[in-house]
Design a protein around this ligand. Structure first.
Ligand SMILES: Cc1cc2nc3c(=O)[nH]c(=O)nc-3n(C[C@H](O)[C@H](O)[C@H](O)COP(=O)(O)OP(=O)(O)OC[C@H]3O[C@@H](n4cnc5c(N)ncnc54)[C@H](O)[C@@H]3O)c2cc1C
Length: 360
């Protein structure tokens, strides 16, 4: 089995890397900052960075040219994702929520008008999206959501509350799940709506939720008679659960994660090398386990981070056939790599603070 990228992709990798080293503003240091918790200056810097990407068609290289992409191959897109992840390329929410979630969801479920309207504003960096899914009473059990949207002529009127809205205070667009039929079984009365220009939408209020580290990453979003045009409905009314799950599928995958974890693991290894012998011995084997599992995660994910426009059945089937053990289901891989990710985060946290005040 050939696990290396081709010559063309490796050449592109060097081009992307040298662009990032020159333009990510940190001289090659990974960013580490969370979306939304950056200072105003850092956020403005990320916007400028995305503008430079946009000029090259690099915000969503694998998207079709008509939507501002380059029509790049899946492997070229993976090179971009890996390099962006490893070098901590700054983002505003345009690439994460825009390219990574709502864009591909629109390509699958949106109508032509919606695609023409929204996709180019993602690839130009103009639209910065946030996600309105969770509510105070609807987290893991998302289908219990209560934010209500009622039809009024050509509009929906929304009332209710969202919570944990990452970067909501930096965004100008929101995609959200709302209840449109309270009588239906809970998964069947939900619709998927886009809200434009959230900073200037009457009745919509974004309030900060400051976390334990005193960072402003999350927000609560309140809706009081917020009017949204019915043309912003994605897919059919009351069938939004399935649109929302498509989006979560994109959210859960992501080859960039293994690249940024690789960086974290390298930094952790460097810290351990410089730290005490005891600490080194305590964590060496576990760290090696994580390096192996991260590499496995990378290879297992490769065939799945496909842009939907490239999900041509034959290509996808042949990729799966070549790269995955027979009978492996993508969902299991995602779960496995998420699990490995959680474990790594836990270990990284423990290792980082064990010498100081945490007990390992
Ligand atoms: C970094 C981060 C960013 C996020 N960004 C966003 C965002 O932008 N937009 C958004 O909408 N949401 C966002 N979320 C919210 C996230 O999706 C919620 O944390 C999630 O919906 C879980 O909801 P909850 O916190 O209310 O936990 P709960 O659902 O209350 O769960 C709490 C605990 O109970 C357990 N539990 C729940 N139900 C069961 C059960 N039936 N059986 C056994 N155990 C159970 C869970 O496993 C968990 O340990 C974000 C979360 C994080 C951590």
């Amino acid at each position: 089995m050939e696990l290396r990228f081709g010559e063309k992709e490796e050449k592109l990798r060097l081009e992307v890397r040298s662009f990032l080293l020159e333009n990510n503003g940190r001289g090659g240091e990974a960013s580490g900052a969370e979306l939304g918790s950056r200072s105003d200056d850092e956020f403005e810097f990320a916007k400028g960075f995305n503008q430079k990407l946009a000029q090259r068609g690099w915000i969503a290289p694998a998207w079709p040219k008509e939507y501002g992409g380059l029509g790049a191959s899946i492997y070229e897109q993976m090179v971009f994702n890996e390099e962006f992840g490893y070098w901590g390329a700054p983002d505003t929410g345009t690439r994460g929520f825009g390219v990574g979630m709502i864009g591909p969801t629109l390509i699958i479920h949106g109508n032509e008008e919606q695609k023409k309207n929204y996709l180019p504003k993602i690839t130009s960096g103009e639209h910065i999206w946030c996600q309105g899914y969770s509510e105070p009473g609807a987290g893991s059990d998302l289908a219990s959501l209560q934010t209500r949207a009622t039809r009024d002529g050509d509009d929906f009127i929304i009332n209710g509350q969202k919570i944990w809205t990452s970067g909501g205070h930096r965004s100008n667009q929101m995609f959200c799940l709302v209840r449109t039929d309270p009588e239906a079984p809970k998964h069947r009365g939900i619709s998927f709506l886009l809200i434009d220009d959230i900073k200037n939408t009457p009745g919509l209020t974004v309030r900060p939720l400051i976390n334990m580290a005193n960072r402003h990453h999350f927000n609560e979003v309140f809706f009081e008679d917020v009017r949204v045009p019915a043309r912003n409905l994605i897919g059919e009314e009351n069938r939004g659960w399935y649109v929302g799950m498509t989006l979560l599928d994109f959210e859960r995958s992501g080859i960039g994660t293994t690249a940024s974890q690789k960086r974290t693991l390298e930094e952790l290894a460097r810290d351990l090398r410089e730290g005490s012998k005891d600490r080194r011995e305590q964590y060496r084997t576990r760290l090696a386990d994580h390096v192996v599992s991260n590499n496995v995660g990378r290879f297992l994910r490769l065939p799945h981070r496909l842009h939907p426009g490239q999900r041509h059945g034959a290509e996808l089937r042949s990729l799966r056939g070549q790269d995955l053990p027979v009978g492996t289901r993508p969902e299991n891989l995602q779960l496995r790599s998420q699990h490995a990710r959680l474990e790594r985060t836990d270990d990284a946290g423990r290792a980082a603070c064990s010498d100081a005040w945490c007990s390992p």
